[in-house]
Write a protein that binds this ligand. Sequence first.
Ligand code: ADP
Length: 397
Amino acid sequence: MTGGASDAVLVINAGSSSIKFALYPAAGRSREPLCHGQISGIGRAPAFVASDADGQGTRDALPGYDKTSSHEDLIAWLLDWIGQHGAGFRLVAAGHRVVHGGREFTAPVRIDGDVLARLGTLAPLAPLHQPHNLAAIEAMARRMPDLPQIACFDTSFHRSQPELAQLYAIPHGLSDEGIVRYGFHGLSYGYIASVLPDLLGKNAMGRVIVAHLGNGASLCAMKACKSVASSMGFTALDGLVMGTRCGSIDPGVILYLMQTRGLSADQVQHMLYNDSGLLGVSGVSNNMQILQASEDPRAARAIDLFCYRAAVETAGLVAALEGLDALVFTAGIGENSALVRQKICARLAWLGLDLDPVANDANAATISMAQSKIAVLVVPTDEESVIADAVRALGPF
Ligand code: ADP
């Protein structure tokens, strides 16, 4: 990891079991990281992997760290590693992925104690993510108190949605208090929106649905590259079937579990966030690759439900858009699973969507036939570069 002395921006995406990072030049608009990597296995057996711009890799089993090591310990280790191996890079700012910005944070913001406290109040709305995002910010602030830190939100991209797309049919006073649909995965959708003009030409200004299908999964309906509706709502629990999250569910089920089965709010929360989705339905795994390789019929049923729900929710968003010009698949499953794309597209064929099976099997950039009324694309997402751009835009530091 060598290079001339240069200012760099550090991007951090801290989740429950991993801390992903990337370093970008502070000047210019390069989307190529100087180096990137992650600490994975937090809470089990932490391990580190990184590679620089030339693809030179580093691996480290992190001796001395184990299942008891905290995010704070591991952030400290990462900053030391960057200090030692990022020879010639001078960190001038850090940008963080923060899942929930509520109604207040509609754009990236420089973090101070007050902002951090207000973001903390949103933690119950994203219990799987927000506490880890904020823990990383606090750990860095303790370690490098003078380093400017910027929060970039997964909710911001969706603030362009019309009121109807954001409202729940609940007493209006509650909506006024902020119990509305927020939408998530906005950094990913922001990236896709930024490359759509190059990929679709004038159709980018039309009606596009982006399917972000990863461990978390959601859909975003865009008109002219702006969000008009999303499958996720008040929390990142709504919408599609996910790795361990249930997606849309009748709220009556939750009432039933609490009133009749005596489950506490914490127990229901844990069940819906951690024990449901692909894992819950299959009883095998939350991981699509493992499910696809499994011969267990419950794995096949989980995949079928995932695809059925994704197609049905896509059709719902077609109504929000009043038509569809292009469908884009992204994130781990969207970019890599030809089977999932095929099953979703098969159920949408009535829209005039004509999938090219050869291109689909090859994970090609365009996977629709030339005559298809709806273009179908596979676009790798890049949330980190969106954060780097946002940090640069708030500088210089
Ligand atoms: P996260 O939401 O954690 O960022 P990712 O976007 O990395 O998740 O997506 C993880 C999912 O992508 C996992 O379910 C994984 O099995 C799936 N995936 C990755 N590669 C493939 C593949 N080749 N075939 C099917 N699924 C894949």
